[in-house]
Design a protein around this ligand. Structure first.
Ligand code: HSE
Length: 417
């Protein structure tokens, strides 16, 4: 067995293994080869790809000489310093990553499910072993978000995060807004272009965005926040009537993943379609692009924007983490979050919000008797009205809606980002 060097000098190269040779894993191998010179020039890091683990055959691949199907070839190779996990899913990724950390290898992961579900345990293992568990690529693909949040903005108290963290749903919403395609047409196009999976459930139901906001909120607020605690709604029920009426109020509808520190020190966190003011920076994030707004007490709002997925962009984030491991590789970075704190997440029904409601009733009096300051807009073609309520706890607003006798066709939250 020999290894592939991308270096002119082999002294003290950081040796890397990749687990999972799919889109991201193969992107990492290609990037390490293509940009080894620029990486060395920029950072002094000498990176050597030594092994690739995948159960599939890649006989004619340029890296075929590095392939193995046996995880223990990586686990038991004391020369390997950094293991890149780009397998996805929980099993066997959790087992393999745990074992690599126990063997005192740094691990860099792009796997949002693994980080969102098992982040606490893996961070604790990394701490115990004195190595790093880094995961910049797990949120926002090529957008630097985790390092800016935890390093560049570390002098701030973060009060809120709001992100468009899923490219597939942002593409669908963009088509609904700009071309008036309905949800099914826009989804079919996303599938045709290869953005959406054959089974798009994780994207369109908000599950993917939920994992990503959990990771960001856990970092921003210091305790693990599990996806199972989060109220999550997708975009499957959004209609063109919603899009049109929201627009007449001066808003666009986006799938927003948001987390906010409340005055009672609990975290309001959810994923749902929401109305975003047309003047907001988030409203301008279109197609498959992602963005995350971070609200710091010193900086005010900072928006990080870019490609949230894709082979090269995501590989760029992985390689950034590998380089971070090479910097003082003997030292563990102080990074991560504590175990889940009981009761940290506020029930979404207690969180103050303004609601956009579309109703089949055309009786303005009924609306105004339940919501006295409501702004109302009419869609006479369809005999529908839409209104936006004042701010109140969501549960109270929903109780008033139920008691109002209105025929409620849709209810969406209005953001203040
Ligand atoms: N399915 C994800 C998206 C890929 O559409 O954003 C990146 O996590």
């Amino acid at each position: 067995m020999y290894s592939l060097y991308f270096l002119t000098e082999r002294v003290n190269a950081l040796k890397i293994a990749i687990m999972g040779y799919g889109v991201v894993g193969s992107g990492v191998a290609a990037l390490l080869k293509k940009n080894s010179g620029i990486i060395r020039e920029n950072t002094g890091a000498e990176l050597e790809l030594k092994r690739i683990l995948d159960i599939r055959n890649f006989e004619n691949d340029e890296f075929s000489c590095l392939m193995t199907k046996d995880f223990t070839d990586i686990e038991n190779d004391d020369e390997i310093d950094v293991v890149v996990e780009t397998m996805g899913g929980l099993n066997p990724a959790f087992d393999f990553v745990s074992r690599c950390l126990k063997k005192k290898k740094h691990v860099v992961s792009s796997n949002k499910e693994l980080v969102a579900e098992k982040g606490s345990e893996l961070l604790a293992l990394a701490e115990e072993a004195g190595v790093n568990f880094l995961f910049e690529a797990s949120v926002g693909g090529g957008i630097p978000i985790i390092r800016p949040l935890t390093r560049c903005l570390a002098g701030n108290r973060i009060s809120a995060l709001a992100g468009i963290l899923n490219g597939t749903t942002n593409f669908i919403m963009t088509k609904m807004i700009t071309e008036r395609s309905d949800f099914s047409e826009a989804l079919a196009l996303a599938q045709k272009l290869g953005y959406a999976e054959k089974d798009p459930t994780a994207d369109v139901e908000g599950i993917d965005a939920c994992r990503k906001i959990c990771i960001l909120a856990s970092l921003a607020f210091g305790s693990h926040i599990s996806p199972s605690c989060i109220h999550t709604e997708g975009i499957t029920k959004i209609t063109l009537s919603d899009v049109e009426l929201a627009e007449r109020f001066g808003y666009v509808i986006k799938l927003i993943a948001q987390a906010k520190m409340l005055e009672n020190s609990k975290v309001a966190i959810m994923v749902s379609p929401a109305l975003v003011k047309k003047s907001s920076m988030l409203s301008m994030v279109n197609d498959v692009f992602n963005a995350c707004l971070v609200r710091g007490d010193q900086t005010g709002d900072v928006l990080l924007y870019g490609k949230g997925a894709g082979k090269s962009a995501t590989a760029s984030a992985v390689v950034g983490d590998i380089i971070d491991c090479s910097d003082n590789s003997e030292k563990r970075k102080v990074f991560g979050w504590k175990k889940e704190a009981c009761g940290l997440v506020e029930d979404y029904l207690n969180v103050p919000v303004r609601l956009f409601v579309r109703t089949g009733n055309s009786e303005k009096e009924k609306i105004l008797s339940a919501f006295k300051n409501a702004e109302i807009i009419e869609n006479s073609d369809k005999n529908e009205l839409a209104f936006i309520t004042d701010e109140a706890a969501e549960g109270k607003l929903r109780d008033s809606l139920s008691a109002s006798g209105l025929e409620v066709l849709s209810v969406l939250r209005v953001t203040d980002y």
